[in-house]
Design a binder for this molecule. Structure first.
Ligand SMILES: [Zn+2]
Length: 186
């Protein structure tokens, strides 16, 4: 899904939401398979690189996203908000497949500088092993619709993540031959 491919129905909610048993600032709610993969990802970061990771935002309902988006528009206007926050029905967080990851100190939380931290660099190199995709890579805004978000990971499964990696393809739009989605249709 992206700015041209909303959820159907627009207020879709997954049926198998659970709370992942990981460090989290907000409830680490996500689909069950994603929670298992996230636990494995965080354990590997600790075991292989002595890095502590934290879930900072996961499942967000249609209603929650509507509130976030409306607040963003009120504070910053539509054009600015659309660069950083999805409209309700268009957020990957509504699928229960997306997780925003940070470090417990809060350093570079939801900031592009997260990509420079050891945690951000380890995730960029290793998340695919656990089925996670860095969904909004640096420089891909004309394709994916959002500025660089080194903290936002979308679960796509280990097989697909490995295949994309093997082919050196960074975005779902390119891998599946979908049209670029730099902005909403309306
Ligand atoms: Zn996110």
């Amino acid at each position: 899904m992206n700015k041209l491919r909303p959820l159907d129905p627009i207020d879709f909610a997954p049926a198998d939401l659970v709370t992942a048993p990981v460090s989290a600032t907000n409830p680490a709610t996500m689909r069950a398979e994603v929670a298992d993969a996230l636990v494995a990802l965080f354990e590997a970061a600790r075991a292989e690189a002595a890095l502590e990771l934290q879930s900072q935002s996961a499942y967000r309902s249609y209603q929650t996203q509507r509130t976030i988006y409306a607040n963003g528009v009120a504070a910053n206007g539509v054009d600015f908000t659309d660069r950083f926050s999805a409209r309700p029905g268009h957020s990957e967080h509504q699928t229960g497949l997306a997780v925003d990851i940070g470090v417990p100190s809060g350093e570079c939380s939801f900031d592009a500088c997260f990509g420079e931290l050891p945690a951000g660099q380890w995730l960029a190199e290793n998340a695919h092993r656990f089925g996670f995709l860095l969904r909004y890579p640096d420089g891909a805004q004309p394709i994916v619709g959002f500025d660089y978000e080194p903290w936002h990971f979308r679960y796509i499964g280990v097989e697909l993540a490995a295949e994309m990696r093997a082919h050196g393809i960074a975005t779902l739009e390119e891998f599946f031959g979908l049209p670029p989605a730099p902005d909403y249709a309306d």
